[in-house]
Design a protein around this ligand. Sequence first.
Ligand code: SF4
Ligand code: SF4
Length: 295
Amino acid sequence: MLVQQPDPWGFDEAPVETWADILRPQYVDLALLAAFIVLAMISFRRKSVPLKFVTFAFAIGYMGFAKSYLISITNIFSVLDWNWPVFKYSLAWYLFFGFTVVSTILWGRLYCGRICAYGALTQTLDSMLPAKWRVDVPRSIEKRAALVKFGVLAGVITYYLVTHNLLIYQYTEPFWMFSLLGTPMMWTVLAILLAVTLFVRNAYCRFLCPVGATLGLLSYATVFRIKRWSECTTCRICQKACQWGAIEGPKILMTECVRCDDCERLYADKEICPHWRIIEYNERKLRVLPLQPVR
Ligand code: SF4
Ligand code: SF4
């Protein structure tokens, strides 16, 4: 007769982990993140300013202070090391990261224009400050300053590849502020950065952020680009309106554009955009002077 031996390794008792067990602690995170992404997409598709500010409030409060969900240079280091979190325990992170990459390929730096908590904070600040405080950086300086972020990206990646010191992130990005964990020196640098932002719109995002630079490079692959009219070459109303220095005559600079909608709302405005006025003028001319039949 076969006698059942006690299981010395305890395999018999080992509980089997089901997907329900895996998902249970992640449901709330996943649901809130999905809701935020839907809100961001609706505000983007509708080009709605009030919805954009609701998205910013969610980005600052939930993505920033509550969860500290921000794409960081450390995520770029992980990609370089091919070091990924375990999929089944990090579903919200994969949703967030996947959305950032896919949305950048489809529309450009939508992440910077809607999702990033720091970008949302500075854009909200900017909307509350008196316009007269703003210093408009001359175009020639702005163009050169926009290249600095690519230098920062190259420098940080080189430093990391040589030293494997992750802590370099704290000297190149202020995202730690959402977990309130900085040293006095880091808070001082952040205070200076925010003070500069009071006068120069979105200064860190435009000139210094290595994550923005990475997404800017990825934006070269953007599928759905912003439409331009033939009149854009000479008109330049939207070039002056773009707070990100992303319009140069008829060209949208994909590395700089964050899909903020400002220019797209302008194009659609038949009172402001000369494109529509020219169409209307031509139509009126045709109505007044009907074509003569050819003899
Ligand atoms: S540029 Fe950097 S800080 Fe600014 S919105 Fe993009 S990722 Fe955020
Ligand atoms: S105004 Fe237009 S070009 Fe400039 S950042 Fe916004 S969407 Fe991009």
